[in-house]
Design a protein around this ligand. Structure first.
Ligand code: G6P
Length: 588
């Protein structure tokens, strides 16, 4: 999704803003732009494509002390320079992350007032509205309040005004934004990695809080323009979290952090084979709804299998974009669990709000501290994955799966199974150190891949298939092994690639039968299992360590991630920033 960085201070602003934007590339974008004040004038430069192309158009040595920058992920209006941010109308220049839902109504109203719009974006109504109210109020803060009172939707904004070249303004509702004071100036940014090169101090803005920043101070206001004081937080991770540290790609770096991520998550909740206070008691809940998007939803599918099997509690897993509009059946003993790496995914956040409005208890399983979902849920359990930069999630998936296994044990009410986690990191390390090239070579040549498995293995098929699609653009389908024969098997012919996942002994014979059915149609089979069998139904085998079912998914996902990475590399794909994708989808 779009990313915002702004700087005001004693140093040159453009290099800092561009460096910040590069750290937000992971969010996904298709064009970029900056506005800066130089020679007492506001200058705007925008470009379609990567930030490097924008950089070539700029003279970074310009002594400008105020700049706002933006990476755009197109929602309203095609990808072109006119639609890129910043947008300027009258005296106001704005960068925006989010969506203005009532922009057509506002546009019509302002057009009647004679305002001419240049772009097809929803964003352009914001500077137009600011300018409109500024002409009436002659006060920037009051114009901001009037504007946001009229806007419906989500927004994080960086604003500069022709009449005030010593200040920068920012505001958020729905979309994330932080303020970060450094030694030589102050930043605004959509996320922490953007500022880590310069400072580890940050302030989280709440909904509708407005900030006025100058070279060496800032003032925060509520939406009635009362001054407020907020706590400065210190980011506890290291600057290295946002660096490649010798790896070719963030995706590979993050996969290789999985041993640590597993241990950090486990140790945060468990000590001496007992749960710590960090894991609350959820005994009261008799049915669970899990709601999430993308890979986080697939963790929800794993959770369904584990919680139903071990804790005997019915679980309904739904994708958030459906859940928020469907009829949901719940009662006072229902717990709605939202799983989200970023904690900002719009559909997941709205699903959480819907459950809250209905008076249902909510639990957030989130990676990003103090994100919207983390803040709004009744309970929050953090996974300890650290910043994840690659668009395709890997270490956060493993951390969420670890936490789900722990939560299952907590819901079951006995601690015995906690011993199954002990030593698991050795298996993680061993799987990380294997070479998956031979499988990747086979998959990279296939235009169609089928993942088949049952129950929890099917959930992992969904994730394996998504990882492959998003990083290497190979069409792939995940299907429940037993369902294959009801249609999809018609696509299996000579050498069609089928990846079978089978880690549950009690149903392995069933999945093996399904694999034999596709072998009979001459499919090429990669068999991923934790139980070696000598048979001739597969062409390649990936033998996983045999561990208890409760922790097995934590291991199964690792080869799927590394294979997707290797395939994308062979095919020369933009691994960390796949086309059209965004890391944190903050629009519906
Ligand atoms: C995007 C990302 C996925 C992610 C999904 C949910 O589509 O590309 O990797 O699984 O959003 O994100 P969340 O932050 O809510 O886990």
């Amino acid at each position: 999704m779009c990313g915002i960085v702004g700087y005001i201070g004693k140093e040159k602003a453009l290099p800092k803003v561009l460096s910040g934007l590069k750290f937000l590339e992971y969010r996904g974008y298709d064009s970029a732009g900056v506005a800066y004040i130089y020679d007492n004038e506001i200058k705007i430069t925008k470009e379609v494509g990567r930030i490097n192309s924008l950089e070539k158009l700029l003279d970074l040595s310009i002594p400008s002390n105020i700049a706002i920058g933006h990476t755009r992920w197109a929602t309203h209006g095609e990808v072109n320079i006119i639609n890129s941010h910043p947008h300027k109308v009258g005296k106001f220049t704005v960068v925006h992350n989010g969506i203005i839902e009532n922009y057509l109504k506002i546009k019509e109203k302002l057009q009647k007032e004679g305002i001419i719009f240049k772009s097809s974006t929803d964003t352009e109504v914001i500077p137009a509205l600011l300018d409109y109210y500024y002409q009436k109020e002659n006060n920037i803060l009051k114009a901001i309040v009037k504007t946001i009172n009229e806007l419906e939707g989500s927004f994080a904004l960086g604003i500069i005004c022709d009449d005030d070249k010593n200040n920068l303004y920012a505001i958020r509702r729905g979309s994330p934004l932080i303020i970060a004071p450094s030694n030589d100036g102050i930043f605004i940014a959509s996320d922490i990695p953007a500022i880590l090169n310069y400072t580890n101090k940050y302030i989280l803005l709440n909904e509708n809080e407005i900030v006025k920043l100058s070279k060496n101070e800032y003032q925060i206001y509520d939406n009635k323009l009362n001054k407020i004081i907020k706590e400065i937080k210190i980011y506890e991770g290291s600057q290295d979290d946002a660096m490649l540290n010798g790896y070719d790609h963030y995706m590979l770096k993050e996969i290789h952090e999985e041993e640590k991520v597993f241990l950090d998550t486990f140790n945060y909740y468990v000590e001496n084979n007992k749960f710590k206070d960090t894991m609350p008691n959820f005994k009261k809940y008799q049915n669970i709804h899990i709601v999430a998007c993308g890979s986080a939803y697939y963790v929800g599918c794993i959770a369904k299998s584990l919680i139903e099997n071990y804790a005997n509690i019915p679980v309904y897993a739904s994708v958030a974009s459906e859940y928020r509009y469907q009829k949901n059946f719940y009662d006072q003993n229902t717990l709605v669990i939202i799983i989200s790496q970023s904690g900002e995914t719009a559909d997941s956040l709205e699903a959480l709000r819907k459950a809250k409005n209905d008076g249902i208890d909510t639990l957030a399983i989130v990676n990003v501290a103090m994100s919207s979902i983390a803040r709004e849920a009744k309970y929050t359990l953090y996974v300890k994955a650290g910043p994840e930069i690659a668009v395709a999630t890997t270490k956060a998936f493993l951390a969420q799966t670890t936490l789900i296994a722990l939560l299952t044990i907590k819901l079951q009410g006995q601690n015995d199974l906690l011993k199954e986690f002990i030593g698991l990191e050795k298996h993680i390390r061993e799987l990380l150190n294997r070479n998956y090239q031979e499988y990747a070579k086979i998959i990279s040549k296939s235009n169609n891949t089928f993942f088949i498995g049952r129950l929890v293995d099917y959930a992992l098929c969904l994730e394996g298939s998504l990882k492959l699609k998003e990083t290497s653009y190979i069409n792939s389908v995940a299907i429940q092994a037993g369902e294959l024969k009801h249609g999809t098997i018609s696509l299996i012919t000579d050498n069609t690639l089928v990846i079978g996942i089978c880690t549950k002994k009690d149903i392995s014979s069933k999945t093996i039968s399904n694999l034999k059915e596709v072998k009979a149609r001459k499919a090429n089979i990669i068999y991923i299992t934790n139980e070696f069998i000598e048979d001739n139904f597969y062409d390649q085998i990936i033998l996983l360590p045999k561990v208890n079912d409760i922790v097995m998914p934590i291991l199964t996902v690792i080869p799927l991630q590394l294979i997707a990475y290797e395939v994308a590399k062979i095919r020369g794909c933009d691994i960390d920033k796949p086309r059209n994708l965004a890391k944190s989808v903050t629009v519906e």
